[in-house]
Ligand binder design. Structure first.
Ligand code: AMP
Length: 587
C-alpha cells in the first residue's frame, strides 16, 4: 500500500528546527567546519569525546546544569550535573591509572543502565582506554566470547553477573586483570575489587592526556553471519558525527529534555544514549526499568520530555495497548519522536501522528557507521516507510555487484546494496583482529552496508532487507551461526539451521530447524529442553524461541546450510535459485 508523503508546516512549530534548508546545508557542508565547532582539548592537545561531552560544559556556565536525570526502578530520581560527571569521571580515570591500565586497554561494562555507567564511560575515555559495553541479558557464552576476543583488561559488573557468568569462566580469560563490582563495598579477593571503595579513594582532578582523534575510544561487538562476533573499532573523531546528528537529526536545542530508550549494550545506547545529548548540553533522561507502556507515558509526561529517541519494537508494543492509555497523559511537551534499529512500518509513523500528535521520524545506521547516516528530519517531508535522506556530509548510493565489480545504480527505484562513500568521521576503523573481514566490507571508495535498499526519484531511501542471513529480533542483531553452534553442543542435536521468522511486534523471532542424532525423538519436551538450553547459554535475547525438528537441512554442495531456503519454505515463498543446492542436478 502506498502512503502519501506528509508535509510539515515549519512556521507553526514552536521550536524552529536546526535544519530547514536541506539542499543548501548539504551543499555547504564540510567536516572541517564541524571539527572547528568542537572545542578540542585545551592547548591544542587533540580531540577527546569526554572533554567535548562533559568537561567543556563543566568548566563553563553549564557546570551545575543537569546532564543525566536517572529514574530508578523503585521510583527514585537522581540527578548528575555536568560538574558531577566531570569529577566522577576524573575519579574513574585516576582509578584506572592507579591500576596501571595502559592506553588502548579495554574496559568492559556488564552492569546495565545504572548511574555508575556515565562516569565510568567518560573516565575510561579520559584515561585513553577503550570502552566496550555488553548487553546485560547476554548469557555466559556471548559474554565470554566478547571478553576474550576484545582482550578485556578490566570488567565493571555487579555481583549477580559476576557469580553467574564470570566466575565460572575466569580461567578462560587470562588477560582480564581486574573485575570491579559496582555493588560491593568490600573487595572479594585481589582480582575482584569494590568499585565504591576505589572511587572513594581516587582523586577528582584529572588532566586528559593528549588525544589523537584517531585513538580508539569504543569497541562495539556485532554479529556476523558466520564465525565469531565482530568487534567494530570506533575512534574519538566519531564525536563529529555524534555532534552533527545531534543537531540536524535529533534537532537538539539547549533547553531540550531528551530521552533515548536504547540499552547501553548496543551502539545507539552509547552514541545517542550517552554522547550526543551531552555534546549539546541538554538534560538526558535515563530509565533503569524495562519497557512498560504506562511507565513510559508517565515518564514522557512527568519529565516533560521534548525529544524522544526509541525503536520500532517498542513503538509496535505501544500500538498494541488501547489508545485510552496515552489519552490519560499530558504529552504536550513532546515535539519530536525518532526511531531506529529496524524497519519502521508506515502504520507506525501514522499511529504516532494520531495518538501522540507527532509523526515518528525513522532513521538508519549501523554499529559500523557509528552514527546516524540516513534520516527523516524535523522540518522535512516524511514519506511513511522511508528511512529518509542522507545526512549532510554523507554520500549514499545503491550498488549492484556485477562480475565482482560494484556498479553504482543511477536509476531510481532499483533494488541494490546500500553503500556509503568511505571516510566519514565515525566510520569504524577495524574489526578487531580481523583485517580480512574489514577489507571485505569495502568496494573501492564504498563501504558496503549489507542492507538491500532502493532510492526514489527524490533521493529518499527505502529499506528492503538484509543481503545476508543476519537476524534482527527486538532490535538486536543475532548471528545465526552463534545460535546453531550453541544448539549443536546439546547431546541430542546433530545439526541446526537458524533463521529470523517475521513477527509482527519484534520484527523477527529466532527460529531453529534441528536435525536430531539417532536415538532421540522429536517431542515437545525435547523442544522445550532445547529452548531452555539455548536460554541458559546464550541468554533470552539471542536464544531460539521456536524449534522445528527436520530430517535434514538444505545445504550447498560445499556443505553450507542454505538458510535462505529454510526461510522461504517456512514462509511458503518461492525458493529462488537452488542450483547450488546439494543433490540438485543443475550444474
Ligand atoms: P546494528 O548494527 O545492530 O545497529 O544493526 C544495524 C542494522 O539494523 C542495519 O544494517 C539494518 O539492517 C537494521 N536497521 C537499522 N536501522 C534501520 C531502519 N531505520 N530501517 C530498517 N533497518 C534498519
Amino acid at each position: 500500500m502506498f502512503f502519501q508523503p506528509i508535509k510539515k508546516n515549519i512556521k507553526s512549530m514552536a521550536v524552529q528546527p536546526n535544519l530547514t534548508d536541506y539542499t543548501t546545508i548539504r551543499a555547504e557542508f564540510s567536516w572541517e567546519a564541524v571539527r572547528r565547532e568542537l572545542s578540542g582539548l585545551p592547548g591544542g592537545q587533540g580531540l577527546n569525546i569526554a572533554y567535548e561531552a562533559v568537561d567543556r560544559h563543566a568548566e563553563g556556565p553549564g557546570q551545575n546544569r543537569i546532564a543525566i536525570r536517572f529514574l530508578g526502578k523503585d521510583g527514585g530520581v537522581s540527578d548528575l550535573s555536568y560538574g558531577d560527571l566531570r569529577d566522577r569521571s576524573n575519579r574513574f580515570a585516576n582509578l584506572l591509572r592507579s591500576l596501571k591500565v595502559d592506553k588502548g586497554d579495554r574496559v568492559f561494562w556488564l552492569a546495565g543502565r545504572i548511574p555508575d555507567l556515565y562516569p565510568i564511560f567518560f573516565g575510561t575515555l579520559k584515561n585513553l582506554n577503550v570502552f566496550c559495553p555488553l548487553f546485560a541479558a547476554f548469557g555466559p557464552e556471548p559474554v565470554q566470547q566478547r571478553l576474550e576476543r576484545g582482550n578485556a583488561r578490566i570488567l565493571v559488573t555487579n555481583r549477580k553477573q559476576y557469580t553467574k557468568k564470570i566466575a565460572p569462566l575466569l580461567n578462560r580469560l587470562p588477560e582480564l586483570r581486574y573485575i570491579l563490582l559496582v555493588d560491593s563495598t568490600e573487595d572479594i579477593n585481589e582480582q575482584v575489587l569494590s568499585l565504591p571503595r576505589l572511587m572513594a579513594e581516587a582523586a577528582d582532578m584529572f588532566t586528559i592526556p593528549p588525544t589523537d582523534p584517531e585513538d580508539m575510544a569504543i569497541l562495539h561487538f556485532t554479529s556476523g553471519t558466520t564465525g565469531l562476533p565482530k568487534g567494530a573499532v570506533h575512534v574519538h573523531n566519531a564525536v563529529q558525527t555524534h555532534f552533527i546528528t545531534g543537531r540536524y537529526v535529533l534537532d537538539l536545542h539547549q533547553d531540550d529534555i531528551y530521552w533515548c530508550t536504547a540499552d547501553p549494550g548496543w551502539v545507539t545506547g552509547t552514541s545517542y544514549g550517552i554522547i550526543a545529548p551531552l555534546l549539546h548540553g541538554v538534560i538526558s533522561i535515563v530509565d533503569e526499568a524495562d519497557f512498560e507502556p504506562e511507565r513510559w507515558y508517565r515518564i514522557l509526561q512527568e519529565q516533560k520530555v521534548t525529544v524522544w529517541y526509541t525503536a520500532p519494537t517498542a513503538i509496535r508494543m505501544l500500538m498494541r495497548v488501547p489508545e485510552e492509555l496515552p489519552g490519560k497523559f499530558d504529552l504536550s511537551s513532546l515535539r519530536l519522536v525518532h526511531s531506529v534499529g529496524e524497519p519502521l512500518n508506515p502504520e507506525a509513523v501514522l499511529w504516532g501522528q494520531k495518538v501522540l500528535g507527532l509523526l515518528i521520524h525513522d532513521n538508519w545506521w549501523q554499529t559500523e557507521t557509528g552514527g546516524i547516516m540516513i534520516a527523516n528530519y524535523a522540518a522535512l517531508e516524511v514519506r511513511p516507510g522511508s528511512m529518509g535522506l542522507p545526512l549532510p556530509g554523507i554520500e549514499a548510493a545503491i550498488l549492484t555487484h556485477l562480475d565482482a565489480e560494484s556498479v553504482r545504480v543511477e536509476e531510481s527505484d532499483v533494488e541494490g546494496e546500500l553503500a556509503l562513500r568511505r571516510g566519514w568521521p565515525s566510520m569504524f576503523r577495524a574489526y578487531l583482529h580481523d583485517e580480512e573481514r574489514y577489507q571485505k566490507c569495502f568496494a573501492g571508495e564504498w563501504y558496503l552496508t549489507g542492507d538491500l535498499a532502493r532510492r526514489d526519484a527524490d533521493g529518499y531511501y527505502w529499506f528492503i532487507g538484509r543481503a545476508d542471513d543476519i537476524i534482527k529480533t527486538a532490535g538486536h542483531m543475532v548471528g545465526p551461526f552463534e545460535v546453531e553452534s550453541c544448539l549443536m553442543e546439546h547431546p541430542a542435536v546433530a545439526e541446526a539451521g537458524v533463521i529470523g521468522k517475521p513477527e509482527s511486534t519484534i520484527g523477527e523471532l529466532v527460529k531453529a530447524f534441528v536435525v536430531l542424532k539417532a536415538g532421540y525423538k522429536a517431542t515437545d519436551e525435547l523442544s522445550h529442553e532445547l529452548i531452555g538450553f539455548g536460554r541458559g547459554r546464550l541468554g533470552s535475547a539471542v536464544a531460539p524461541k521456536e524449534i522445528d525438528f527436520v530430517d535434514n537441512l538444505p545445504k550447498t554442495r560445499s556443505g553450507k546450510i542454505m538458510r535462505r531456503l529454510l526461510k522461504a519454505r517456512e514462509l511458503n515463498l518461492p525458493v529462488g535459485d537452488t542450483s547450488t543446492l546439494e543433490g540438485s542436478t543443475t550444474s
